[in-house]
Design a protein around this ligand. Structure first.
Ligand SMILES: [Zn+2]
Length: 389
């Protein structure tokens, strides 16, 4: 089994205490200044490094050739944010510092006069003048952002289930007769959450109000919660007749069929349709990490989709004629969480819309989804136990 090196927040416990050859932290400080912030990291020797900023939420990411973080005192950076540190793969370390808001890297350099030190000057989004380093504003493979390592579920603790009601805020999704996909999905997500919580699971909603959440932010929320799985909920409208019933999508790089392509297109303004080009060229570490994680997670997501198809059809839910589809959906790109996108039905279909508006139908749907999750979790746990031996 491939072991992930995504181990943020882990080093604080001293898990990597002193191995040889690594640079150590000799000093650190962070100052919140008018128009930005400054962060300094003194090291026992000069090392290769790079720095960038990620959005959703705003974080400064500093990658270095391997550093032993044990002597970093988080309090020295507290004026700007909370640091988390870890190793991202053999030979590379990462420090992530939460930022109080939108910032960009104005200037970053390594000083060598009085002992090596990396200095980063951050500028406020609001106070900036002219174009900033585009690299720092790019969401550089946010799925590469390390998360707290959480053991794969083996059935001995409640599941943490991320439910992602599609759209919201400035993005209402599909609209029919004064009802929006965003509001319908929020309602269903809350109802499903209640069912799942009653069964003893933990549930995190990526939004619990009519508000806009970026697609990458949604998987970030799921990852921050340590979610064991994520289900994105939609009920889009499509042109042309004939599209009816539930469909389940998993991430796929294959050429999408007409329906998958249209669904993805409908979310295009929100960046839902993205190819592998999103990963910055040259960001080799990120690419390798993501591929490793996906190789392990993708089959688990596929099985979650299969379990949903079985569970929903078994409960008599109306299914699309080709219910199991693949698409390039950003929201499915958390590399370490089995994720599926469930289209409950099509708002463009009268029958489906009536179902979606019916409390009774939604209750049946929620029960069927919950049973499908349980069925998946059982076989997933069994596999995890088998792999452990
Ligand atoms: Zn949608």
């Amino acid at each position: 089994m491939i072991r992930l090196a995504l181990l943020l927040g882990f080093l604080a416990t001293g898990a990597w205490a002193q191995a040889d050859g690594r640079a150590t932290v000799t000093a650190s400080d962070a100052h919140d200044r008018w128009g930005g912030a400054q962060v300094t990291l003194g090291l026992s020797r000069a090392v290769p490094w790079r720095v960038f900023v990620l959005a959703d939420p705003w974080r400064l990411v500093l990658d270095t050739a391997e550093v032993d973080w044990t002597s970093l005192d988080p309090a020295t950076l507290a004026e700007v944010g909370t640091p988390a540190t870890g190793r991202i793969r053999a030979g590379w370390s990462r420090l992530v510092l939460t930022l109080p808001g939108p910032m960009a890297v104005g200037r970053a350099w390594m000083e060598t006069d009085a002992g090596p030190a990396i200095r980063v000057e951050l500028t406020d989004g609001a106070g900036r003048q002219g174009p900033l380093n585009p690299r720092s504003w790019d969401a550089i493979a946010p799925d590469a952002v390390p998360t707290v390592e959480r053991p794969r579920q083996t059935g001995d603790r409640p599941l943490v289930i991320a439910l992602d009601p599609g759209h919201g805020g400035v993005d209402p999704g599909a609209e029919r007769g004064g009802t929006t996909e965003a509001s319908l999905m929020l309602r269903f997500a809350r109802e499903l959450a209640e069912v799942l919580r009653r069964e003893g699971h933990e549930v995190v909603l990526t939004r619990d109000a009519d508000e806009f959440v970026g697609l990458r932010g949604r998987s970030t929320i799921a990852r921050a919660a340590g979610a064991d799985l994520m289900i994105s909920l939609h009920a889009d409208a499509v042109r042309g007749g004939g599209a009816e019933g539930a469909t389940v999508y998993t991430l796929s790089d294959e050429e999408p069929g007409a329906l998958a392509a249209e669904i993805a297109q409908r979310h295009g303004r929100d960046d839902l349709l993205l190819g592998a080009g999103q990963i910055e060229q040259g960001d080799e570490i990120a690419r390798v990490l993501i591929e490793m994680a996906r190789a392990e997670t993708a089959p688990r997501g596929e099985r979650l989709a299969d379990a949903l198809i079985t569970g929903l059809s078994g409960a008599g839910v109306r299914m699309h004629k080709r219910p199991r589809l693949g698409g390039r959906f950003t929201v499915l790109k958390a590399p370490d969480i089995p994720s599926v996108l469930l289209e409950l039905g099509f708002m463009s279909d009268e029958g489906d819309l009536r179902n979606l508006m019916s409390a009774e139908w939604r209750a049946r749907m929620a029960a069927a989804v919950a049973r499908s999750i349980d069925a998946w979790a059982d076989s997933d746990a069994e596999e995890a136990r088998r792999l452990r031996q």
